[in-house]
Design a protein around this ligand. Structure first.
Ligand code: KG4
Ligand code: ZN
Length: 367
């Protein structure tokens, strides 16, 4: 069954350190819908970032995150409905992140969604957080399937062909650290503050990217896997070799590190473009996930795409980092296909996107 018309979905995100609720609409088969036959609309997007809660510890503390989700989620849901000017009766379904992520937080969001589903008689859609990132470009830019996706977040670095909702062909992944993790660790080594990615980007603005030549792991090698652990160690060695850390040094190290990551990503992406074998009309390249909000990386990847005849699509920065709109949208995409979940669905700490690990038991039941 395919659901047509206008779907209004509330989405909840609680998998890491952002508590978020949003209302999104998916329009189909109406005038004004784009050539793909659908159009996305964000009615509200309420996000509470737990930066202050975790900053004293220099990283996300799972138990603190779970408690902060409990404290803030109800208020954010009320705000999301108010901002969107919709009531419970206007919703077609409720979507929530069911994994992967910090399990305490995932439980808070999914159980809240189940409670609402039960109380309001609404269908529940359990969303893979990574699918939320992967499909955001369809919400913002209305693009059709298939497309090549670079998904770069705090826990994941992957190159995938997105063939459809729930249909992912993985071309490459990290063999050690994720890109966001490398940014976070480099920031920590230089005491740049939390969260690490934006702190490194800020420091790098004033830096000389050519001052330190750092190793470019796997660059030029066949395939499109990533490795960032050696790069992180090299940064540590550069830091330890300095007699005294100055702002100048911090900026130059941050800029050199960021430029190295840009080189590695550009190389891996160009290999993925060759491997993906997308037909001419489908050469679209999407970057998603928190790291995709980095301006230097965006600019570099845009050049790579343009040089290879690919259209470049990246959502606005605030839709790259975790938010509720991406979960509401992924929920809308699944619901539009007739997919929904039963109240017995379990939260998952680990839940890969690619078909080798479709680990969600009983999920995606055709309604
Ligand atoms: O997608 P996301 O918000 O949460 C996860 O699903 O992990 O991504 C968070 C990651 C963190 O590692 C953060 O440091 C990184 O994205 N990040 C950035 C930037 N903004 C966030 N990395 C580099 N530059 C940024 N501007
Ligand atoms: Zn994320």
């Amino acid at each position: 069954m395919t659901r047509k018309g206008v779907l209004t979905i509330l989405g909840l995100e609680t998998s890491c350190d952002e508590t978020a609720a949003a209302v999104v609409r998916r329009h189909t088969g109406e005038s004004g819908a784009d050539s793909g036959g659908f159009r996305g609309e964000i009615l509200s997007n309420a996000v509470f970032s737990q930066i202050k809660e975790h900053a004293p510890y220099g990283g996300v503390v799972p138990e603190i995150a779970a408690r902060a989700h409990i404290e803030h989620l109800d208020g954010l849901i009320t705000r999301a409905l108010e901002d969107a000017k919709v009531g419970w009766e206007d919703l077609d379904a409720i979507a929530a992140t069911a994994g992967p992520g910090l399990i305490g937080g995932v439980i808070v969001g999914l159980m809240t969604a189940k409670g609402i589903a039960l109380a309001c008689g609404l269908p529940l859609v359990a969303v893979n957080h990574l699918e939320g990132h992967a499909l955001t470009a369809r919400l913002t830019d209305g693009i059709a399937f298939p497309y090549l996706l670079l998904l770069v977040s705090g826990g994941h670095s992957q190159l995938l062909v997105v063939e459809g909702v729930g249909r992912y062909r993985r071309l490459g992944t990290t063999i050690d650290d994720a890109v966001g993790e490398a940014f976070d660790k480099v920031a920590k080594m230089m005491h740049l503050g939390f969260p690490g990615g934006p702190a490194v980007e800020r420091a790098a603005k004033a830096g000389d990217a050519s001052r330190f030549h750092l190793p470019r792991p796997l660059m030029g090698k066949p395939g499109c896997d990533f490795s960032f652990s050696g790069l992180k160690t090299a940064v540590r060695q550069v830091i330890e070799a300095q007699e005294e850390m100055t702002d100048r040094l911090r900026a130059d190290i941050a800029a050199s590190f960021q430029a190295t990551v840009a080189d590695v990503l550009a190389d891996r992406v160009s290999h993925a473009m060759a491997m993906a074998k997308l037909p001419e009309g489908s050469r679209r390249f999407v970057v998603a996930g928190g790291v995709a909000s980095n301006q230097t990386l965006r600019a570099r990847l845009e050049t790579t795409a343009t040089e290879r005849g690919y259209e470049f699509i990246v959502p606005p920065a605030k839709l790259c980092t975790d938010n509720g709109a991406m979960i509401a949208w992924a929920g809308a995409e699944r619901f539009a296909m007739g997919l929904e979940d039963g109240l017995e669905i379990s939260p998952l700490a680990r839940w890969p996107l690619d078909p080798t690990a479709q680990a969600k038991p009983g999920a995606g039941v055709k309604a």
